[in-house]
Design a protein around this ligand. Structure first.
Ligand code: PEP
Length: 257
């Protein structure tokens, strides 16, 4: 395993926060703090802010992502957004299967798989979220859960597409709770995820896949988490809404690179 072979990625997940004018403000604050960083920076913003944020980031290396995508190209799916719609705006990444989508909007491993495949077909990089619930960790079935989620979410994704997938390990008990996984817990789970990918794909593909940790990562704990061998970056919720904190996390990731 060689961490230097992999891209370090810091992705912000703004969730359902920021009006258009607030989004522009936050982007303009984040831009000077993160542009030119030695890692990839992605801002996953609400659909309504995509165009504003993309325009504000023109001429920088910072990428913009969406937080969900539908698997059909078009049709009678009221309230949904297609890959083509996102691509035309200049979106490059999309979060798929976030635990909040699973918890509140009926997302399953099967729909995660459909969304991920559709994203890849349209040249959007899916950030596929996996992670165990608190009771699953306490019952000692974390690995069983991760391996099931990965197998089903990645079903039918060929070797040449897995290189465009990003996995985010997000223990559900750590999301938005202020309860971060220890760096050892994060490493153990990310290493296990890489082993699962190795079983499903060739070793070198598992070795080059970026696996992010997400769950109350902040400016104080980022360096310790990101220093771990199999943690290739972070998916950041709350702290991505504070420019200075997000900038510190990107700085911590750049030191590791
Ligand atoms: C997330 O929304 O993916 C997340 C990790 O949130 P937070 O950082 O707030 O725990």
């Amino acid at each position: 395993m060689d961490k230097s072979k992999r891209k370090t990625i810091i992705a912000g997940n703004w969730k359902m926060n920021k009006t258009m004018s607030e989004a522009l403000d936050l982007t303009n604050q984040i831009k000077p703090l993160t542009n030119g960083a030695d890692c990839e920076v992605v801002l996953c913003v609400p659909f309504t802010n995509l165009e504003t944020v993309i325009n504000a980031l023109k001429g920088t290396d910072i990428k913009v992502g969406a937080q969900n995508v539908h698997f059909e190209h078009s049709g009678a799916f009221t309230g949904e957004i297609s890959v083509g719609m996102l691509k035309e705006l200049g979106v490059q990444h999309v979060i798929v299967g976030h635990s909040e989508r699973r918890q509140y909007f009926g997302e399953t491993d099967e729909t995660v798989n459909k969304r991920a495949k559709s994203a890849l077909q349209g040249n959007l990089m899916p950030i596929i979220c996996v992670g165990e619930l608190l009771w699953e960790r306490e019952a000692g079935i974390t690995e069983e859960v991760l391996s099931r989620q990965l197998k089903l979410s990645l079903a039918g994704i060929p070797d040449n597409d897995i290189t465009k997938v990003i996995i985010a390990y997000e223990p559900v008990w750590a999301i938005g709770t202020g309860k971060t996984a220890t760096s050892e817990q994060a490493e153990q789970a990310c290493k296990f995820i890489r082993l699962c990918i190795e079983k499903l794909y060739k070793n070198e593909l598992a070795d080059s896949l970026s696996i992010l940790y997400g769950g109350s990562m902040n400016a104080s704990n980022a360096e310790q988490l990101l220093a771990k061998e199999d943690v290739d970056g972070g998916l950041i919720g709350g702290a991505s809404l504070k420019a200075l904190d997000f900038g510190e996390i990107v700085k911590a990731a750049s030191i590791i690179v």
